[in-house]
Design a protein around this ligand. Structure first.
Ligand code: ZN
Length: 481
């Protein structure tokens, strides 16, 4: 996994670089903690359900009052969990409008002890078409071991993992021995527009030695994971122009290809015949330690029978350590308005996922150069840049990583695996820029059936219970550092 590189990490922090093996908790203490988690878990579930009932969609078309209400609800939970300083704060977005409310709750570190920042977000994705859901997205509904609802996993379960761990440690009646700062953001699902300003405004308040980002996934039900790599993102719009105005397809068709065809040829050049990304300079890293079984991938993604998978190498590698190019939008003449006309121009929005070790700027340069070099029949190709997000590659064996591995192994009874995630969490790069000494642990409550962002999102309650225990054990482990 080291070969994935670590493009955004900074200088040497104690918890990031040290390689001492933490001493495990005594079996008695672990058993006591496990019993406390079992006792308090029904309340954790009830509080999670209350959060899911608040439709805190941060997208701009939705009522921001719900996001404000969920911030207040989270603040109440953190106050009840015994954190003495709780604030609801906002920072400005780049356009100077106010960002969504974030909650910051703290217990300062005892002298000489580290501070752990526990991150989650309380906003959610839009629900999509309610008809696609088996039950109302904002009415938490348990079926079997899973709790369904928008945000039940992403990321209100992350919020409750932090709250539950703090409650379990409080029930133990001992100070965990670390400073704790809980930071629950309110606009992650909208791209965290005020995040960088928030870090600038509250740099001291959020400073930490270890940052736990509870917004990812475990490997599968029963097998925990640490997310040690995340792909970055580059997007933008490519425009193809071939005529200075639309013309009759009978009178002029033949000697000139319409812009829709030119665009199709340009887009086809982005992959080779077996589906590998064919953009020179957009390279991948080595293969990951674990693989994604093709059958599981096909089922999870809903790949239709007969459709062959694209690219070469392991599926996990194609998802985590290799680039991916998708066409996420297309402006072409729509079928309903089609006439016998050659389209003069067409546009496509491209979304490129880039692996750790590849800088977004150089990835964009490579993409632009490819598009210009492959202009079909000399068509005018224009690239308009969009968003960029850095990839993340964790150092393989920090002290914090070891403490997390030990805690996860105890909570699940099986060792965690290192995984990558094909998606991006761009704010992790912001965190590492602000706190280059900090070790970042990316943990999560999801599993492959969680369907975050989709219809029928859910969390597995048995797994959430283990996540709570693991985080309580982790905080104690970090105290012993
Ligand atoms: Zn999330």
């Amino acid at each position: 996994m080291e070969s994935r590189g670590a493009p955004v990490r900074g200088g040497g922090g104690r918890y990031r670089d040290a390689v001492t093996t933490p001493t495990p908790d005594t079996p008695d203490l672990t058993a006591a903690l496990r019993a406390h988690v079992d006792d308090l878990f029904p309340a954790v579930q009830t509080d999670l359900e209350a959060l899911v009932r608040i439709p805190s969609v941060s997208a701009s078309a939705f009522d921001p009052a719900h996001v404000a209400a969920s911030a207040e609800a989270v603040a109440d939970l953190l106050r009840d969990a015994g954190l003495p300083e709780v604030q609801v704060l906002r920072s400005a977005r780049p356009d100077a409008s106010p960002g969504a409310p974030a909650v910051v709750a703290r217990r300062p570190a005892p002298d000489g002890a580290p501070t752990v920042l526990l991150y989650a977000h309380h906003d959610v994705q839009p629900p999509g078409d309610p008809a696609d859901w088996t039950s109302d997205p904002f009415v938490p509904t348990q079926r079997g071991e899973r709790l369904f609802g928008r945000g039940a996993a992403d990321d209100k379960a992350g919020v409750m993992a932090h709250v539950g761990a703090l409650r379990a440690l409080a029930a133990l009646g001992e100070d965990p021995g670390v400073g704790v700062t809980v930071f629950v953001e309110g606009e992650e699902e909208s791209g965290s527009p005020s995040f960088a300003q928030f870090l600038a405004d509250h740099h001291e308040l959020l400073a930490a030695d270890v940052i736990v980002v509870a917004d990812s996934t475990n490997w599968k039900v029963g097998v925990p994971a640490l997310t040690t790599s995340l792909r970055g993102l580059v997007d933008g719009v490519v425009t193809v122009e071939v005529l200075d105005h639309a013309v009759h397809s009978g009178m002029f068709g033949g000697p000139v290809l319409d812009a829709n065809l030119a665009m199709a040829r340009l887009l086809a050049s982005l992959h080779d015949d077996v589906g590998n990304v064919a953009v020179t300079g957009l390279t991948g890293a080595g293969e990951p330690e674990v693989d994604y079984v093709e059958e599981d991938f096909r089922a999870d993604a809903g790949v239709l029978d007969g459709v062959r998978l694209a690219g070469e190498g392991t599926i996990a590698g194609r998802l985590w350590t290799k680039p991916a190019v998708a066409v996420i939008g297309l402006d072409a003449t729509d079928v309903a308005h089609a006439s016998n006309t050659l389209a003069p121009s067409a546009a496509a929005k491209l979304s490129v996922r880039i692996p750790p070790g590849v800088d977004p700027r150089s990835a964009e340069d490579a993409l632009r150069a490819h598009l210009e070099a492959h202009a079909p029949f000399g068509a005018r190709v224009t690239w308009t840049p969009g968003e960029q997000g850095k990839a993340f590659g964790a150092p393989a064996d920090s002290a914090a990583m070891q403490a997390a591995r030990a805690a996860f192994a105890t909570a699940w009874g099986t060792d965690p695996v290192d995984i990558g995630v094909g998606g991006s969490i761009p704010f992790i790069a912001d965190l590492l820029e602000a706190y280059p000494q900090a070790a970042v642990l990316v943990t999560g409550v999801e599993d492959p059936d969680s369907r975050a962002h989709g219809a029928d999102e859910s969390v597995h309650l048995g797994e959430l219970r283990k996540v709570v225990l693991a985080e309580a054990l982790l905080l104690r482990g970090l105290a012993r550092g």
